[in-house]
Design a binder for this molecule. Structure first.
Ligand code: ATP
Ligand code: MG
Length: 446
């Protein structure tokens, strides 16, 4: 196993000082799968103060000293080194009330969540794999270390971690582990919103999200109760050939794997059951569902402690996901000006996903949104003027001509409108002439 030189040197230095030291957890799993780890965690028999002494020539930050973790700044890399530890009792279903340090690597591995995450490695010793993690990685299996009952009741977040790994890595959850996830799902309410949301975002972006959502609808409904009603919900519409939950799942899967878009599709039809009406022909309609879904998303994302920028982006995409897209250049340009290029693109991605997840009839919607995206990219490439900031005249230029009053704003937005519509070129002299015309026109009062 190739290790970055800083990691090898840290392991050697701890060993020369008489301690055991290994890389452990996610990084070993990633290497065994042939993937590049995004970081390396080190575990050692040295107590935190002993580690500090070994690295007394480096900057050491006591990041989680109570849990045995210090961060060492070593040759330009910051690396977490944690003392082997055994977790005490989990009284609250989320973290241990105490931790005890150990001098034995196996103790440390047995507190970890899944066999694939319970492997340690050191270049001299090789792999320490007491729970068959390497085999489980080979057979692409997620299996609890020890008794699933106990492990999920210690920390219910492991339920979402299992689903996240299953979705991201494409692994299957072993039967007893899976059964216990189902029976312990209500313990998720004991876990903090921040931890749940962080796992949920990663879970949604996994390549196998469709399979995981179809296998564990009740776990998703535990976090977002309105999903429960979507399961088995007949949409009663020619535009749909699946239940509301299946439609949601398909839309989540089809949209690009970015948290804002995946979250938007997860919530996009949540408001439907509240707006259902039945037409004379027996066809169901859901007028206004986009707005209600956006309100529900706003409420749940606040509960999940989502940051404001992401919440606002998700809600905007949901709000406009059902607004018919017109691929004509004029309208696309107006929408680009109204939403900004990034939000416009996201709304189109959402419409493509939504249409693709519908019956054949819905496919034209997806096609339409695709055309809008193409038109938008053409328009954007030409760097047109779409906002007041890009207009060739500013309020400053008009100061001598237009008195400072609400009229200034009116005139600027009239100019912008005409430039967007391409009835005026975005050129300073032409725009100044047009201002004089507007001032003379009867419909504008000073
Ligand atoms: P990634 O970094 O890709 O999210 P990871 O497996 O490294 O995956 P981390 O959250 O970085 O996950 O945790 C590092 C290691 O700590 C895990 O591999 C696992 O051994 C252990 N671990 C993390 N969270 C838990 C938990 N809730 N319960 C038990 N062990 C855990
Ligand atoms: Mg990690």
């Amino acid at each position: 196993m190739e290790l970055p030189f800083q990691i090898s040197e840290i392991l050697e230095r701890l060993e020369r000082s008489g301690y055991d030291a290994f890389v452990v957890g996610g990084c070993v799993r990633d290497v065994l799968m042939g993937n590049q780890p995004h970081d390396y965690d080190i575990t050692t028999s040295a107590l935190p103060n002993e580690t500090e002494r070994v690295f007394s020539d480096c900057s050491v930050i006591e990041t989680g000293i109570k849990h045995g973790t210090v961060t060492v700044l070593y040759k330009g890399q910051s690396i977490e080194i944690t003392t082997f530890r055994v977790d005490g009792e989990y009284a609250d279903g989320r973290h241990p009330s105490s931790v005890t340090f150990s001098r034995n690597i196996k103790d440390d591995l047995s507190r970890r969540d899944f066999t694939m995450n319970g492997i340690a490695y050191n270049p001299k010793i090789g792999l320490i794999d007491p729970f068959g993690g390497e085999n489980d990685i080979k057979s692409r299996t997620i299996r609890c270390i020890g008794e699933p009952e106990l492990r999920f009741s210690e920390d219910a977040l492991r339920i979402l971690r299992a689903l996240r790994f299953s979705s991201v890595l494409g692994f299957t959850i072993e039967e007893r582990t899976a059964e216990t996830i189902a029976s312990h799902r209500s313990d998720l309410h004991k876990v903090s919103a921040e931890r749940i949301f962080s796992e949920l975002k990663r879970l949604l972006c996994g390549m196998d999200i469709k399979r995981v959502m179809l296998e564990y609808p009740k776990v998703f409904a535990e976090i977002l109760p309105p999903l429960e009603e979507q399961v088995g919900y007949d949409q009663g519409s020619r535009y749909h050939d699946s239940t509301l939950y299946e439609h949601t799942v398909r839309a989540v899967e089809v949209v690009p794997a970015e948290p804002a878009l995946r979250l938007a599709m997860l919530f996009h039809d949540m408001g439907k059951p509240r707006c259902r009406t039945v037409g004379e022909d027996g066809e169901c309609h859901y007028y206004g569902h986009a707005g209600i879904s956006a309100e529900l998303a706003d409420e749940f994302l606040r509960m999940l402690k989502c940051d404001n920028a992401l919440r606002e982006r998700v809600c905007a995409v949901i709000k406009y996901h059902d607004t018919p897209a017109d691929p004509s250049r004029r309208i696309v340009k107006r929408r680009l000006s109204q939403y900004g290029a990034d939000l416009f693109r996201d709304i189109m991605y959402a419409q493509i996903a939504d249409g693709t997840a519908q019956s054949e009839l819905g496919k034209t919607r997806a096609e339409n949104a695709r055309k809008c995206l193409e038109t938008a990219e053409d328009i954007i490439a030409a760097q047109p003027c779409l906002t007041l900031k890009e207009l060739a005249v500013s309020g400053k230029d008009l100061r001598g001509i237009v008195p400072p009053s609400p009229l200034m704003g009116k005139i600027l937005s009239e100019l912008l409108g005409e430039v967007i519509e391409e009835t005026l070129p975005n050129e300073k002299n032409v725009l100044l002439e047009r201002v004089k015309e507007l001032l003379n026109a009867k419909n504008i009062q000073i």
